[in-house]
Ligand binder design. Structure first.
Ligand code: CO
Ligand code: CO
Length: 352
């Protein structure tokens, strides 16, 4: 905050609040705001949630459902006003902003998400352990369910099996996202939602799934074939994606610009003739959020550092034919990219 000349930060329920306080809240109709100053912090929150913060070194102003939140915000504003207040532009709502503004806690707001991003990007050993565990849970869950893919089983049915297995293997119940199971021509849509389509011989199936361990996420994708033969164009595309994934992992290390890692993957897919079908960035940061800094995208001159965690996930999506994505979770060690994901990347043909 000193470096950024910010005297106050307003934090709402979400990953930044969890990161800073260890307490878990949902964004609900009852606002919860943590106001951080350089020498103290104050929670404004519903009385019924106050037990969650009782052990923290923070002041507490509570409200009940009878009075509503504005009295508590007004009480805070009697002694605390900011010429400008740092906010999380992607999380805070009109509900909180309006209370901060009408009670004159501040009337000017600046985006402070970079401050949080810089705190959270490099993971501590404890955070890394949680991510390793989240990867393990996800991998085990796929390995024990993949045999259920057969012609006639639907995308939705398989996705349900995978979810149950993730929970059984120890994922928190709030999964990072609902698994993507996209088969045949559905795999040409990178963010397809599972439907009642049955798997068929010759389909490629993109499975993109993850687990949550103590709030930390994994996010993995593998692509499988049903039967023992696929379209030759899809086979060439598969090889290009696998090589692109490998090239990006080889290049990623501390000191390298994120954009160059994206280039490494993109060049291989371009030169294989599939450039126009690689429609997204190569990867994204991963941790308490499924998408966070650093973004592995074209022209990003951000320099990667030790301890950062992000995905490498090139893909090719050919309309009316199918698609491929191979996504690994990377942890940057001192001079190399360690893949936390260890599932094979060669195309697996699932027996009929
Ligand atoms: Co994914
Ligand atoms: Co991802």
């Amino acid at each position: 905050m000193q470096e950024n000349s910010i005297s106050g930060l307003a934090v709402v329920p979400g990953p930044n609040m969890s990161y800073l306080t260890g307490s878990k809240f949902h964004l609900s109709e009852r606002p919860v705001v943590l106001i951080i100053e350089q020498n103290k912090s104050t929670f404004i929150l519903p009385e019924l949630e106050s037990a969650k913060v009782s052990g923290l070194d923070a002041d507490c102003i509570t409200y009940d459902d009878k009075d509503g939140p504005s009295k508590a915000f007004t009480q805070f504003s009697e002694n605390n006003n900011f010429t400008e207040l740092g906010i999380e532009s992607r999380t805070i709502r009109h509900l909180e902003l309006n209370l901060l503004e009408t009670t004159k806690i501040s009337t000017k707001f600046v985006d402070a998400i970079d401050i949080f991003a810089h705190l959270r990007m490099s993971k501590s050993d404890k955070e890394k352990e949680c991510m390793v565990k989240a990867v393990e849970i996800a991998q085990e869950s796929l390995e024990s369910t993949i045999h259920k893919i057969k012609p006639g089983v639907t995308e939705k049915e398989f996705a349900s099996e995978l979810v149950i297995e993730l929970l059984r293997n120890g994922s928190e119940s709030e999964l990072p996202f609902s698994p993507i199971v996209a088969s045949g021509i559905n795999a040409a849509n990178p963010h397809h939602f599972p439907v009642d389509k049955e798997f068929e011989k010759g389909d490629l199936i993109i499975i993109d799934w993850g687990a949550n361990y103590e709030g930390y996420f994994s996010d993995i994708t593998r692509t499988f074939a049903v039967g023992n033969e696929i379209d030759s164009k899809l086979q060439s595309a598969y090889d290009a994606v696998k090589n692109a994934n490998s090239a990006a992992r080889k290049l990623a290390k501390p000191g390298v610009q994120a954009g160059l890692v994206d280039d490494a993957a993109r060049e291989i897919i371009d030169s294989a003739g599939f450039g126009k079908y690689f429609t997204h960035r190569t990867g994204h940061g991963l941790g308490l959020e499924i998408h966070e800094e650093p973004y592995i995208k074209p022209d990003n001159d951000f320099v990667l550092k030790e301890g950062m965690t992000f995905t490498i996930e090139p893909g090719i999506y050919i309309p009316n034919l199918g698609g491929i994505r191979i996504e690994d979770d990377i942890y940057l060690e001192q001079d190399t990219a360690l893949s936390l994901t260890t599932l094979p990347r060669d195309l697996v043909f699932l027996p009929l």
